[in-house]
Design a protein around this ligand. Structure first.
Ligand code: NDP
Length: 285
C-alpha cells in the first residue's frame, strides 16, 4: 500500500513562521517580546539538549528566552525562584524542565507555577480545564500531535484512536484531546492484555512507550495513521517506538523518528508562550 510520511519538521517550520509573525506583532504592540523563562536543575545531558533546542527555537521565532540554570538548588530556593518568576511582569511563561533531581518533588514544584504562565499545561488547573473540555494551555507533545494531524488533513472525528502509553505528559492528555475532538479512544499500557487486539482496531495509532520499535507491522490495521512519539537511543541512533521500515507498508500515513513529533513539541512551546502572553493581555491566539 502506498503510504505518506508526515514530515514533522516541515509542518513545524511552517507553523513557526506563522507564530514568529504573531510574536513580532505582539512585540510591536506591547514594546517587548513574549518571554519564556526556563528553569533547568542538574546536569542531565538529555535535559540540556532539550533546553538548548527550545532556546534556539525561541530565539529564531521572536520569543525572548531567559534561562535559569542551577547545578544544585534546594526545594525552598526553587520555590522562591518560581514565585519570583510568577511575579515578574516581563515573564509571560515558565517552563520547569523535568525530570527534576530525585530530592525534589516534580508535582509540588509544578503546582507553584501560576497557571496563566504554565507553558507545559501541567498544573492541576490546566489539566482540570483540559479534562472538563475548556482548553487553556495544553501539554506540548499531545498538542503537537493534534496540530500535525490537522495540518496533514487527517480527520479525527469519529475515528478510533488507540494510544499506547498512559503518562501524565503524553498518553493521558493525548486521550483527552482526541476525545474532545470526537474520536473514540482506547488507552493501552504495560498491563494491557492482548495489546495487538487493541492496536489492530486503530484508525489512528499513537505510540508513546519509550520501547524501541515495539510496534510491529502485525499490530497495525491496513491503512492506519501511525504516530510515533517515542524517542530512544539504540547504538547511538535515535529510534522511535515503531518498527518504521515494516509498519510503513501497512500505514496510510506515518511519522518518522527523528523528524516527526519532536519538532512539533518544540513548536508548541513557542505556541504556548505566545498564547500565554496574549491571554495575559485579554487577547487570543
Ligand atoms: P513514560 O515512561 O512516563 O510512560 C511510558 C508508558 O508506556 C507507560 O504508560 C507504560 O505503561 C507504557 N509502556 C511501557 N512499555 C510498554 C509495553 N511494552 N507495552 C505497552 N505499554 C508500555 O514515558 P513518557 O510518556 O514520558 O514518554 C514516552 C516516550 O515518548 C519516550 O520515549 C519519550 O522519550 C518520548 N517523548 C517524546 C516526546 C517528543 O517530543 N517526541 C516528548 C515526550 C516524550 P505503564 O503505565 O503500565 O508503566
Amino acid at each position: 500500500m502506498s503510504f505518506k510520511i508526515i514530515d514533522g519538521k516541515e509542518i513545524a517550520d511552517s507553523l513557526r513562521g506563522e507564530l514568529a509573525k504573531k510574536a513580532d506583532q505582539y512585540s510591536k504592540k506591547y514594546g517587548k517580546k513574549p518571554t519564556l523563562a526556563v528553569v533547568k536543575i542538574g546536569d542531565n545531558p538529555a535535559t540540556k539538549i532539550y533546553v538548548n533546542m527550545k532556546e534556539k527555537a525561541c530565539n529564531d521565532n521572536g520569543i525572548e528566552f531567559i534561562g535559569h540554570y542551577h547545578e544544585k538548588i534546594s526545594e525552598e530556593e526553587l520555590i522562591e525562584l518560581i514565585e519570583n518568576l510568577n511575579n515578574d511582569e516581563k515573564v509571560n511563561a515558565i517552563l520547569v524542565q523535568l525530570p527534576l533531581p530525585e530530592d525534589i518533588d516534580d508535582n509540588e514544584i509544578i503546582e507553584k507555577i501560576n497557571p496563566e504562565k504554565d507553558v507545559d499545561g501541567f498544573t492541576y488547573y490546566n489539566v482540570g480545564s483540559m479534562y472538563t473540555g475548556t482548553e487553556r494551555l495544553l501539554p506540548c507533545t499531545p498538542l503537537g500531535v493534534i496540530r500535525m494531524l490537522e495540518r496533514s488533513g487527517i480527520e479525527i472525528e469519529g475515528k478510533h484512536a488507540v494510544i499506547i502509553g498512559r503518562s501524565n505528559i503524553v498518553g493521558k492528555p493525548l486521550a483527552a484531546l482526541f476525545l474532545k475532538r470526537h474520536a473514540t479512544v482506547t488507552v493501552c499500557h504495560s498491563r494491557t492484555k492482548n495489546l495487538k487486539e487493541h492496536t489492530r482496531n486503530a484508525d489512528i495509532l499513537c505510540a508513546a512507550t519509550g520501547v524501541p520499535k515495539m510496534v510491529k507491522a502485525s499490530m497495525v490495521k491496513k491503512g492506519a495513521v501511525v504516530i510515533d512519539i517515542g524517542i530512544s537511543r539504540v547504538d547511538g541512533k535515535v529510534v522511535g517506538d515503531v518498527d518504521f521500515d515494516n509498519v510503513k507498508e501497512k500505514a496510510s500515513y506515518i511519522t518518522p523518528v527523528p523528524g516527526g513529533v519532536g519538532p512539533m513539541t518544540i513548536t508548541m512551546v513557542i505556541h504556548n508562550t505566545l498564547q500565554a502572553a496574549l491571554s495575559q493581555k485579554g487577547e487570543y491566539l
